[in-house]
Design a protein around this ligand. Structure first.
Ligand code: IMP
Length: 191
């Protein structure tokens, strides 16, 4: 069976993809291939960072690979925090990062935002890009305790609750990550 690396250290994410591609690809993660370095994410776009990660594995391990990069884009903040989502406030603390967004948006009536995921799949020397977007608004205060990152302030369009108030199963059906992944899986399965 053809090997396919998922450039992640997250075991849960790996199992999910492994199950989805069972019988078609042998899915390995960074630990499985002995890639212990923290691959630098120094690009200024999601696509750039995802491609940095997938290309690193292709170059150093000579295996096909895909990688994802995600973040929050707030319209009134010129699409910040974007690629800086994980450390917008200077720290990796989600609450600090949420407060930074809320402060910058204080009094601003434009609350439009979106979560975006970009996947780079390097297969047979070609880079295939898949994108997932979910539009929504930024609440003025936190609500809910599920999920992670900016979930407590993000209300997806068509819902009255935030991502942090949704069951994981419900969020995973509609999220930016789910949309991008489905596109890649359909491609890999030849749908
Ligand atoms: P990653 O590229 O998936 O690691 O995401 C980078 C950062 O974007 C995370 O550390 C979060 O701050 C933010 N982010 C990405 N996806 C989500 C999400 O589904 N909910 C909340 N925050 C997210």
């Amino acid at each position: 069976m053809k090997k396919l690396v998922f450039a992640t250290n997250n075991q849960h994410k790996t199992e999910e993809i492994r199950a989805a591609l069972e019988g078609k690809y042998e899915v390995l993660n960074l630990e499985d291939i002995g890639c212990l370095v923290d691959i630098p994410e120094t690009a200024d776009t999601f696509e750039g960072n995802a491609t940095l990660k997938s290309s690193y594995v292709v170059e150093h391990f000579n295996l096909d690979c895909f990688a994802d990069d995600s973040g929050l884009e707030v319209e009134a903040l010129n699409n910040e925090p974007g690629v800086y989502s994980a450390r917008y406030s200077g720290s990796r603390d989600s609450l600090d990062n949420i407060n930074m967004v809320l402060e910058k948006l204080e009094g601003n009536p434009n609350r439009k935002a979106r979560f975006k995921t970009v996947i780079s799949l390097m297969q047979d020397g070609r880079n295939h890009i898949f994108e997932g977007v979910i539009n929504g608004t930024i609440r003025t205060a936190l609500s809910g305790s599920k999920g992670f990152g900016y979930d407590p302030i993000f209300q997806p369009d068509g819902y009255e609750i935030t991502f942090a108030e949704m069951d994981m199963a419900q969020k995973n059906k509609i999220s930016h990550r789910a949309i991008a992944l489905k596109k890649m899986l359909d491609f890999l399965k030849g749908i």
